[in-house]
Design a protein around this ligand. Structure first.
Ligand code: ZN
Length: 140
């Protein structure tokens, strides 16, 4: 297996090591491999492919982090065709952008991935709702 070197903050390394110890992993490499697999397969869901989805996405970052605000605004413009709404709020010491998207799984996956890739974003969470199944529930 090839060996790669990855730079990461000391705190994250410590958390990886603690996670490895608590869950009986052989070491931090196994935790990183598992995390990479989970990330790459996160949006692999045959049930949701080719469905029209509503995605609710929240993005947390430190208050007034200009480069994050700028990038979030760029992404809002790039993905404008799928964004039904966007709201910017302040919670504790954080800026929170809340997006509602109407899109397919691939578009939502791309949008979430780009948000996560912004340096200094603290958290990106989302929920997905298949619109067809909601219609079926209403008709029943
Ligand atoms: Zn703000």
């Amino acid at each position: 297996m090839p060996v790669v070197s990855v730079s990461m903050p000391t705190e994250l390394i410590e958390r990886l090591d603690a996670h490895a110890a608590e869950h009986d992993y052989t070491g931090r490499s196994e935790v990183v491999r598992e995390g990479a697999r989970a990330l790459l397969t996160e949006f692999d869901d045959d049930r949701l492919e080719d469905s029209s989805l509503a995605g609710v996405i929240s993005v947390f970052y430190d208050f007034g982090t200009r480069h994050v605000e700028r990038r979030v605004t760029e992404l809002r413009h790039e993905h404008n065709d799928h964004i039904a709404s966007n709201d910017h709020s302040h919670v504790d010491d954080y800026c929170v952008d809340l997006f509602v998207l109407e899109a397919d799984l691939e578009d939502i996956s791309t949008f979430v991935g780009k948000l996560r890739a912004i340096e200094d974003v603290e958290a990106v969470d989302y929920s997905l709702v298949p619109l067809e199944s909601m219609n079926q529930l209403q008709d029943a």
